[in-house]
Design a protein around this ligand. Structure first.
Ligand code: ADP
Length: 419
């Protein structure tokens, strides 16, 4: 039976089931009492391991399409295949093992602890207790939450971002090959949303699930999607392509309207910090002696160090001039680090962080917030110039092609006139 990948989770070595292909065939939903279909005859193939975004205006049928994949909404007609299996008629409980589901405001059960919430589907599936327990710890670690600290907490004791992380951990707990996400980051503040998006990208690098993600935010779509399905009413597909292709060649006015202004700037969302050149920077521990830090700054090799807290997280930028104010302790000296980015943050996130930080650079951190390196303004600007230059060359080429075509068309007419 092809249905194996959803049941092999919980191994000590970590999650192993990577994604499965999804095929939607003539998928249609007509809600009782509604005159027309909410989703009309959708055909789509999502490759194994791909992260596909459904984006489109409110009411166009994104959620309905998504929820038909795990049959939270039963299709009126059409078929759904996951891997090689037609799942249109299988037992929904069996389907839940193949398809994880994460939604806005996390959807956690408030009367259950974090651990109980995450254990839900493995328990339903009948996993042995020890396997469930170790899986819960593993999942918390995977989404960047300390198992010892968060295991026994209730959802109300978590921030919005932490709840969302637990929601993702729960969706992944039974190691499903497919993950559906319905506006999962829609209800959190913009900074938390950025971090959660980065986390999802990191997770996907590790897990290679097949992910369908619904959003109405085109910037989010560009940042996250391997491919984006731009949907119009009734989930009709206006364009289904890579973010690059949609930004540079929108299929029609509807897609252009959705892309909005500033396509060149939106391309900043396509480049990751990991691709722009992270460099090392002199660091010192906050508990290091003032003498050794002074020595480091006076040695001539640098006039600034990044102070790290005991967990090696960026804490303060300290310049040589700040030492005068230190007076035996570092408590008052230096400039606190306001913002950091991860390796999966976009060029745009990094630029924003650098522009709002007087240091002219931003520290790059790992999954637990630990220091990895820095990216500076110069590096970012040279990447922006390269992007804009590539855009300019594209535009010139496009104009030349149009000129060639119009010359080709006008030539015979002129000849006709001359004759
Ligand atoms: P989106 O996710 O793109 O905002 P939905 O899939 O939620 O769109 O809705 C698509 C259309 O179906 C809308 O016109 C909506 O009003 C209608 N609809 C959604 N859910 C129901 C329902 N349970 N009963 C009747 N109509 C619904």
């Amino acid at each position: 039976m092809p249905e194996t990948s959803g049941t092999n989770g919980g191994k000590a070595a970590g999650p192993t089931a990577s994604g499965a292909r999804i095929q939607l065939e003539n998928l249609t939903k007509i809600y009782p009492g509604n005159p027309g279909p909410a989703v009309d005859n959708v055909n789509m193939e999502i490759k194994a391991g791909e992260l596909v975004i459904f984006v489109g205006p409110s009411g166009c049928g994104k959620s309905t399409t998504l929820k038909m994949i795990n049959r939270l909404i039963e299709p009126t007609s059409g078929r759904i295949r996951i891997g090689d299996e037609d799942v249109t008629d299988i037992d929904p409980v069996k389907l839940r093992r193949k398809v994880g589901y994460a939604i806005q405001q996390s959807g956690l059960f408030p009367h259950m602890t974090v651990a109980q919430n995450i254990a839900l589907v493995p328990k339903m599936t009948g996993w042995p207790k020890a396997k469930i327990n170790s899986r819960v710890e593993e999942m918390l670690d995977l989404v960047g939450l300390d198992p010892a600290e968060f295991h026994g907490r209730y959802p109300r004791q978590l921030s919005g971002g932490q709840q969302q992380r637990v929601g993702v951990a729960r969706a992944l707990a039974a190691d499903p090959p497919v993950l559906l996400m319905d506006e999962p980051f829609g209800a959190v503040d913009p900074i938390t949303r950025d971090h959660l998006q980065d986390e999802l990208i990191r997770l996907q690098h590790e897990l290679h699930k097949t992910i369908c993600f619904v959003t109405h935010d085109f910037d989010e779509a560009i940042k996250l999607g391997d491919r984006i399905a731009v949907l119009r009413e009734h989930s009709h597909i206006a364009q289904f392509d890579t973010p690059e292709a949609i930004l540079t060649n929108p299929a029609d006015d509807f897609v252009s309207g959705f892309v909005g202004a500033g396509a060149a700037l939106k391309r900043l969302n396509l480049t990751r910090v990991r691709d722009v050149g992270i460099v090392d920077f002199p660091t010192a521990g906050i508990d290091d002696s003032l003498e050794s830090i002074t020595e480091l700054l006076r040695s001539g090799s640098t006039n600034e160090v990044l102070l790290l807290d005991p967990n090696r997280r960026p804490y303060k930028w300290l310049r040589r001039g700040d030492l005068a104010r230190a007076k035996g302790t570092l408590a008052q000296a230096g400039t606190p680090v306001h913002d950091t980015v991860t390796r999966d943050a976009t060029l745009r996130d990094a630029l924003e962080a650098v522009l709002t930080d007087s240091a002219g650079r931003v520290a790059v951190t790992g999954r637990r917030g630990e220091y990895i390196g820095v990216v500076d303004m110069e590096t970012l600007m040279s990447n922006v110039h390269q992007l804009l230059e590539a855009d300019r060359l594209d535009a010139v080429e496009h104009r030349n092609q149009l000129d060639e075509r119009s010359t080709g068309r006008t030539q015979p007419a002129q000849e006709g006139l001359d004759a």
